[in-house]
Design a protein around this ligand. Structure first.
Ligand code: SAM
Length: 229
């Protein structure tokens, strides 16, 4: 299914996004709105490795032109949500979603529900609600600043145990361990694993790199607290 999905998504992208690709570069340098994409092959690998299923919920926080959202719905049949605040990217995402539905009809293919929200994910009530049922959360936070990454970790308090978060930067500093000084910190919810992506996985470089899979695990804090009794 992945190759057919890639082909359909690539046709939609060429028609809707490619003519306006210059617009996507009109972000403020070094801001949280720096634009870049995870490429379909890498996204498929994430879905496969993390076993995203049709009865699950995928969310992309900072969904850009909606690529990963459409790919999740098409490739796995899951419910798929995205939230993007940059107007030009969000408009292209909506246009891609319309073209996506038309192509599905044409090909007689069914996909999961797609919902694209325009706005700030930190302020969206709908995102707050969706997070409570999310199974796989993608945050391409490669260019996010420390404040935004910190705010995101507070949002993770809404996630259920077992939810997986894929990010390009770790939310947990290297060498972090739970201690009596930091036991209140929400980063203690996260069990983080570093993985490597291959060359050709992301739009901003050909080089290989690292990504992080964090799992929500409240048991870590409980275990620490009981070790202190
Ligand atoms: C690097 S792009 C990722 C696009 C897509 N998720 C991907 O990985 O292919 C990150 C996006 O996050 C968006 N973003 C940053 N802060 C945001 C916020 N608070 N609310 C919504 N979107 C935000 C940026 O505008 C940018 O389009």
């Amino acid at each position: 299914m992945a190759t057919v999905a890639h082909e359909i998504l690539s046709h939609i992208y060429s028609r809707i996004v490619s003519p306006y690709v210059k617009e996507l570069r009109k972000y403020t340098a070094f801001s949280n709105n720096v634009y870049g994409e995870l490429l379909p092959k890498f996204v498929s690998r994430i879905f496969k490795e993390l076993e995203l299923r049709s009865d699950q919920v995928f969310v992309d926080l900072g969904s850009g032109v909606g690529n990963c959202v459409l790919q999740a719905a098409l490739e796995t049949g899951c419910e798929s949500y995205g939230c993007e605040m940059m107007e030009n990217a969000a408009e292209l995402a909506d246009k891609q979603a319309v073209e996506f539905q038309e192509r599905l009809k044409l090909w007689g293919i069914k996909a999961g529900l797609v919902k694209l929200i325009t706005g700030d994910f930190l302020k969206s009530e709908e995102i707050g609600e969706v997070l409570q049922k999310t199974d796989l959360l993608l945050v391409n936070n490669y260019a996010f600043d420390a404040e935004l990454n910190g705010n995101l970790v507070h949002m993770f308090l809404d996630l259920r145990d077992g939810t997986k978060i894929v990010s390009l930067k770790s939310f947990v500093p290297p060498g972090h361990t739970i201690s009596s000084h930091n036991v209140e910190s929400p980063i203690n919810l996260l069990q983080v694993e570093e993985r490597e992506f291959f060359s050709g996985s992301v739009s901003w470089t050909d080089a290989p790199g690292k990504y992080y899979v964090s799992t929500i695990d409240r048991g870590r804090i409980k275990k620490f607290l009981s070790s202190q009794e």
